[in-house]
Ligand binder design. Structure first.
Ligand code: SAH
Ligand code: SF4
Length: 385
């Protein structure tokens, strides 16, 4: 679909198949799509005139009808621990956040898929902002293109700085299905970013029909935000559970894995909220629930934000929860909190959302957030528009 601003088609977010369709319409051979993908994503070019292996006439026709347009970066921040965050302006006029987390042996980019979120998980700052819009596929892949360029300047000696991408930023990826599938395709395609399917992960709160739809369309890794060992508790923490309960969610995951044709695991994310879901009996119930389910468990100590009403458990309690599961022979990691000083940790991403649901107003009223507390939400209060 042409961009309403320019009436030109933006090629940035198009999967190989969609580019091939465009080439066919222009009477060109399919391999032209590979060439264009390489120019856009590997060589980082945005001007058709510099794409020297395309014929002159193709270059000029593309110049008339198409463009390579990237979202704009409004602000960049770096944390004391090396974590970086970019605030990216969206077509809808709001902004979203993208986070890069460097580690010894890998570098993970956490991308957003929606402006805000339609769901309202009780522990999530994004959810409290309500929802504005789905990101276009070019706005999703644009986050990777921008981050890779910026990081190449910071780490010039490294060949590949971003080794992993996780769709764990703002939004529920399976509610923006088509754009997310196109972006995943580009992330993993050899002619584009060439990331391994084991290193590109979509995280969902449990949109069961979306998981069934993924089968056959992608082979990216899948993470589910479980967060509770039973429906009663999960209904309170992750409201979508009332529609798609735990057993349906686990069945959908088994189905997805069965379509991948090789042994893969689901990542089960489990946030730890002090006194709510972090007790020894929760660990034991979780072990019973997941017995025989092909997974690794990732524990996420809660990242606080003003007015959330939850607390992060102590390190001892987190370790105890992990030990109980390891004793039951699960593979269990604890997500270290990164980038907290710049509000870049999981669940702290807020961007600036023009909330169409008006949930944010209700939240602010409900929580009776003081003006001072609101000012502590750095990016929202920074006055970007
Ligand atoms: N909507 C998707 C992906 C984005 S959220 C999902 O819910 O899976 C990415 C992860 O961050 C999820 O596991 C989510 O539950 C977790 N998260 C949300 N708020 C958090 C918080 N305050 N502290 C720690 N993790 C949080
Ligand atoms: Fe949305 Fe995920 Fe946050 Fe739930 S945890 S409100 S699904 S972004």
């Amino acid at each position: 679909m042409p961009d309403p601003r320019t009436s030109k088609i933006n090629l940035l977010g198009l999967s190989k198949w969609k580019l091939e369709e465009i080439m066919a319409r222009l009477g060109e051979k399919p391999y032209r799509a590979d060439q264009i993908l390489k120019w856009i994503h590997q060589r980082d070019h945005s001007d058709f005139e510099t794409m020297t292996d395309l014929s002159k006439s193709l270059r000029s026709r593309l110049g008339e009808t198409a463009e390579i347009h990237e979202p704009e970066v409004i602000m960049a921040k770096v944390s004391g621990d090396g974590t970086r965050k970019w605030l990216i302006k969206t077509l809808s006029g709001s902004s979203v956040e993208t986070v890069f987390i460097p580690e010894d042996t890998r570098g993970t980019l956490c991308v957003s898929t929606q402006v805000g979120c339609m769901l309202d998980c009780s522990f999530c700052a994004t959810g409290k902002q309500g929802f504005d819009a789905n990101l276009k596929s070019w706005e999703i892949i644009g986050q990777l293109r921008i981050a890779r360029r910026e990081l190449a300047k910071i780490y010039p000696e490294r060949e590949r700085v971003i080794t992993n991408v996780v769709m764990m930023g703002m939004g529920e990826p399976l509610f923006n299905f088509a754009s997310v599938m196109d972006a995943l395709d580009l992330m993993m395609h050899d002619m584009a970013y060439g990331l391994s399917k084991r290193r590109v992960t979509l995280s969902t709160s449990g949109v069961v029909p979306g998981i069934y739809k993924m089968a056959g369309k992608t082979d990216a890794s899948l993470a589910i935000s479980l967060h509770a060992p039973n429906d009663e508790l999960r209904n309170q923490l992750v409201p979508i559970n009332r529609k798609y309960p735990i057993n349906d969610l686990l069945d959908a995951c088994r189905h997805y894995l069965s379509t991948l044709g090789e042994k893969r695991n689901i990542t089960v994310e489990y946030i730890l909220l002090a006194g709510i879901n972090d007790q020894p009996e929760h660990a034991m119930e979780l072990a019973r629930l997941l017995r025989g389910f092909p997974c690794k468990i990732n524990l996420i100590p809660f990242n606080p934000f003003p007015g959330s009403g939850y607390k992060r458990p102590s390190n001892i309690s987190v370790k105890g929860f992990q030990r109980r599961l390891i004793e039951k022979e699960f593979s269990v990691t604890v997500r270290t909190t990164r980038g907290e000083d710049i509000q870049a940790a999981c669940g702290q991403l807020v961007g600036e959302v023009k909330d169409k649901t008006r949930r944010s107003e209700r939240y602010i009223l409900r929580q009776k957030l003081s003006k001072k507390e609101l000012e502590q939400r750095p990016i929202v209060s920074a006055g970007y528009s």
